[in-house]
Design a protein around this ligand. Sequence first.
Ligand SMILES: [Ca+2]
Length: 462
Amino acid sequence: MKHSLILLTSLLIAPLAALHAADAPVKRPNIIVIFIDDMGYGDIGPFGDKHKTPHLDRMAAEGIKLTDFYVSSVACTPSRSSLMTGCYAQRIGMAGPVVFPADRRGLNPSEITLAEMLKSAGYATGCFGKWHLGDQPEFLPTKQGFDEYEGIPYSNDMWSEAGKPKDKHNHPPLPYMKQDKVIAHIPDAASQAVLTDAISDATVSFIKRRAKEPFFAYVPLAAVHYPWFVTKTRLDAAGGDVFAAQITEIDQFVGRLMETLKALAIDQNTLIFFTNDNGGAGKTFSGPLRGGKFGPDYEGHRRVPTLAWWPGSIPAGRVCAEIGTTADVFPTLAAISGAAVPTDRIIDGKNISDLLLGKAGAKSPHAVLFYGDGGVRQGKWKLVRYRVKADWFDELYDLEADLGEKTNLAALNPDRVKAMKALLDAHNGELKKNIRPAGLVPNPKPILPEATGIPTLAQLRK
Ligand SMILES: [Ca+2]
């Protein structure tokens, strides 16, 4: 099965490479996609005043802020699936629960990932951080289009903390990997605390080594996902507020990237795209939006703080309130890099390169935006649909007048509610009819059954 899947993938990539030769623009920018985990809409300076983030403020001041940018699926695994393939997670069998260590499910290798698409356009590709699209050998980043990989194969809370009772999941040791090899494990607070630094170092190393070729760095940071550890130095600097310290850590990472690009004199030819995988959880702040990672599809559930920076190509200080989604990243980066979008399958995302590049008067291709099966937005109107036990609830909001979704207008607009419900039903009906399967393996095994003789990440970095 594995071999036939891989063969299928290479057959599908071949025509992309052929197409690229004719369509390639002269200048292909380097691309860095930063995907934060579980951060709230209002957690960074450009979107709220809760935390100070001077580097992200600078990124916004020199680039574009996208105020109406949404994840096309929520939770770590479905959201990453969408970003990687330009499809709704339902479309590719990756909706529902996240994948766990030694899960039999993963992103089907027959899907064409962002990395495979950009590789076909001549990019060097690297993934640094939390993968979470399957930990079995055929699902890992190096089998999904990435030349280089360093990071954790799934969530940083899927671990066994040394000296603590195991939780109900009885997780195996959490591996830290380089390519397909385990080089360390994460059993303690000291190792959790240096995870972002390790990912940051791996990313910068990749950029320096690949500076002369077009490169694509996908950086899904594990922060700010539970269980929230930082070094003592960072904690002290943040006055003991671990979450504020993590936001600062992310901000400093972005600053480090911008400085690295400048030092290498490739800042004018590098696009940094910064966004987040789902609504805020735990200690996060949704700013003006209602809701967060869990619960009904209020804006805080899916609208994510998003910035793009490409000096000289994106006009400085732009703010874009047109709708974009994480599924759009795939066709948008295809357009920017000169790569071809696959035509043998449904790709849900749309090319929003005119929005991203701050072109005057650019409009969103999304007349209608779907929030999974829990909501739909049409211009300023937003329908939220959810169930409590056997009862269904429909709420209607005017996002222009009421961004915080406080006043339910459903009773005043029954026809609009009916029409929007019909749109949502039609969308869900279409998705159910056109699902491609997730990858499944028959006998999944943990990557690291036990950690004897392997250094902890903190020891590795000493
Ligand atoms: Ca997440």
